[in-house]
Design a protein around this ligand. Structure first.
Ligand code: SF4
Ligand code: SF4
Length: 369
């Protein structure tokens, strides 16, 4: 007995695949499946999160529709994966956010915070909101640095706690001991596999995004998005160190490290999400989990808007538009933080953890343990 119909269907598919094994060279899912005879809910959630949705096993399968076996591994694992995100959500009452149209929620949250910040500044001194500012500390004439750090620190901390609770539930569900999380060889292997998106290549030919013609488009745009996000995170971290360790106050000149990292990351976050949205629009409908399209679009749109408002702020920071743009950018960043545990962002966390477990299992198998 399984907790959901999706997991029952995933069990049927994995049991059939385990007899066939034709796809074992395509990705990590099939070798991980072959290490098992029975599939508990936790095993299926693990396999679902290990799947990168390249689509190859649908197009390679001789039992895909219209065959009566109706094999559709990418779609069923995508459904199981999305349902697992909701199952691990913390706190529990917020789990339905995965089902709703996340874009509307994220935009509403971003605008609310932006309007709050702009209203707060306009109420205390309207001239500051619409006057051109320049020099060190110009951002903090709108909102003191400590207030900004407190609001965003709390938002970020909340997201980290919620994601941490999700990780705990996932790890418990798949039945893996906590010690695996501190095994350097497994972590290192998972980092290599995740950073290159090794299993998005359909066994070496490319991702079958829009039919049977393999392409690397999704992987390329995913890299723009992922590394763009990391560079923006690095820019914020360096700026924080500048502020607290060196006493250097933002904004910084264009050639300074936080601006260079942020600009490069921002460009990545413009190109990547647009490319991924275009790839999504062309995706073969046969393997798509339509119910979760809103969740995916919301996350990509929020990343794009974070970058757009950030780069807009960089270009116009010495003009009268700075106040409104800063409020908008902070609103989008805050909304991104608080919606992160309830949207597509978590796919990176659970997939990485699944890769850690797979690296360990593979190593054990090779050692004959
Ligand atoms: S997806 Fe089809 S071809 Fe691939 S292992 Fe499963 S049953 Fe065999
Ligand atoms: S990664 Fe690709 S080949 Fe592997 S299970 Fe998922 S869709 Fe199939």
């Amino acid at each position: 007995m399984h907790a959901t119909d999706t997991l029952a269907e995933a069990d049927r598919l994995m049991t059939l695949c385990n007899s066939c094994r034709y796809c074992e060279g395509l990705c990590a899912v099939f070798p991980a499946m072959e290490m098992r005879r029975d599939f508990l809910d936790g095993d299926l959630n693990y396999l679902a999160n290990l799947c990168h949705s390249c689509g190859a096993c649908y197009h390679d399968c001789q039992f895909s529709p219209p065959h009566e076996f109706n094999m559709n591994v990418p779609k069923v694992l995508a459904q199981a994966r999305a349902e697992s995100y909701a199952a691990y959500a913390w706190p529990r009452p917020l789990a339905p956010m995965f089902e709703r149209n996340g874009l509307k929620i994220a935009i509403a949250a971003a605008l609310s915070v932006a309007v709050f910040i702009a209203g707060f500044v306009a109420w205390s001194d309207p001239a500051v909101l619409f006057a051109a500012q320049s020099g060190a500390g110009s951002f903090y004439r709108l909102m003191p640095h400590n207030t900004m750090a407190l609001i965003f620190g709390l938002g970020f901390l909340y997201a980290m706690v919620a994601i941490g609770m999700g990780i705990r539930l996932f790890w418990k569900d798949i039945g893996e001991p906590a010690a695996t999380l501190v095994e350097p060889p497994s972590i290192w292997q998972a980092m290599k596999d995740a950073s290159t998106l090794r299993y998005l290549d359909g066994g070496g030919v490319g991702c079958m995004n829009d039919g049977e013609r393999p392409t690397d488009t999704r992987r390329v745009y995913h890299h723009f998005t992922f590394y763009g996000f990391l560079l923006c995170f690095a820019a914020t971290s360096v700026a924080t160190l500048y502020h607290y360790l060196l006493g250097r106050i933002a904004p910084y000149p264009w050639y300074d490290l936080p601006v260079l990292l942020g600009t490069l990351g921002g460009v990545g976050l413009l190109i990547g999400p647009v490319g991924l949205l275009m790839a999504k629009s062309k995706r073969d409908p046969a393997v798509v989990d339509e119910k979760r399209t809103g969740m995916d679009v919301a996350f990509l749109a929020m990343l794009f808007m974070t970058s757009l408002t950030g780069l807009g702020l960089l270009v116009l920071r010495e003009t009268p538009a700075m106040g409104v743009l800063l409020a908008l950018h902070l609103g989008v960043v805050f909304a991104l933080f608080i919606t992160m545990p309830y949207g597509k962002f978590v796919h990176g966390i659970y997939r990485f953890l699944a890769l850690v477990r797979y690296a360990k299992e593979k190593r054990m198998l090779e050692m004959g343990a």
